[in-house]
Write a protein that binds this ligand. Structure first.
Ligand code: MN
Length: 323
């Protein structure tokens, strides 16, 4: 968005807030808790249905650049955050070499900044988590996933896809502090639900969430994945959203969650966790309608940023009637 309808000196845009050129890391400039590092992973070689998510990162960033640094919905100023772009993590059509490269890159990120990964297909969350575990081996990591899918299929060598990363990452990651919210895809057996819950994963379908209420579900999620851990990784597959909010994805979801439910949950999670990281995956601009899915993804990213910013504003909780 290069032309602004609004010319107002009180409004500061995300497009003008990026602090340093891509890849120029200055760890002395990064204040703990305020640094946010956006990384692009334009990888869709493992997408299980329709490709196109390689164009997701640039579309989400373009949408974010059209936002101001004030999250109006959450009455939260993002101005104290230091936003920085890493640029693209290099990907190739060698799936396993790409995963190794993602893990190495994430493991080597300087401490202090909060990483936000923009995909790409959902298979990248496995190498991201492996990298986060190596980046901070001293931290116990919780995992909160918003997705219509379990992503826990048994992988078949040579037929890798984006639907088995929850299974493969269990080689190195204990799911006892994992949560999956929004699971409702009609392509499973009861065995998937039983296996997930037997592994300690807190699974809540959209129906579960509607019955318990969002606030109760978020509180339970925080008790399961945030309070017992040192850091939490949030993974948002955009197909957790109803297709009305996210038509531009490989497998659009006719049911799903609402954008505001996920946004409010992400805000509360980001506000409650001492350390956090985020990935947003499966946004496919070639399948999108009027850029709506990228806008939804940007809205979720902004709510994550607002949650981190709200942690820095103790006065926020006094002004928040819900707190
Ligand atoms: Mn999914």
């Amino acid at each position: 968005m290069s032309t602004r309808v609004v010319e107002d000196s009180t409004v500061h845009w995300i497009s003008g807030a990026w602090k340093e050129p891509e890849g120029n890391r200055d760890r002395h400039c990064v204040e703990a808790d305020t640094g946010i590092l956006f990384l692009e992973i334009p990888f869709d070689h493992a997408v299980s249905h329709r490709p196109g998510t390689r164009f997701g990162p640039s579309a989400i960033l373009a949408a974010l650049d059209g936002f101001s640094l004030y999250c109006t919905d959450k009455r939260t100023d993002l101005g104290r955050l230091r936003l920085r772009r890493f640029g693209e993590i290099e990907v190739t059509n060698d799936i396993h070499a790409t995963y190794r490269h993602i893990t190495e890159t994430v493991a080597g990120l300087a401490p202090g900044e909060t990483p936000v990964f923009l995909g790409g297909d959902h298979s990248i969350t496995d190498p991201i988590l492996r990298g986060l575990l190596r980046r901070h081996p001293d931290r116990m990591l919780g995992l909160i996933v918003f997705d219509a899918h379990f992503d826990s299929r048994i992988p078949v060598p040579g037929k890798e896809h984006s639907g088995h990363w929850m299974h493969t990452v269990a080689e190195v990651f204990d799911h006892r502090h994992s949560v999956q919210l929004g699971i409702d895809a009609p392509i499973y057996s009861g065995a998937y639900m039983e296996l997930a819950e037997a592994a300690g994963i807190m699974v809540r379908t959209p129906w579960d969430i509607r019955r318990a209420g969002l606030a109760a579900t978020v509180a339970e999620t925080i008790r399961h994945a945030v309070e017992p851990t040192d850091a939490v990784h949030v993974s948002i597959d955009i197909d957790c959203l109803s297709a009305g909010f996210a038509p531009g994805t490989s497998v659009p979801n006719p049911a799903g969650l609402t954008l505001w439910d996920v946004a409010d949950a992400v805000f509360e999670i980001a506000r409650s966790a001492a350390h956090a990281s985020l990935d947003i995956v499966e946004v496919s601009p070639p399948l999108d309608s009027n850029g709506l899915t990228a806008q939804s993804a940007a809205h979720l990213a902004m709510n994550f940023l607002a949650g981190r910013a709200a942690r820095l504003q103790p006065a926020f909780s006094k002004a928040d009637p819900a707190a």
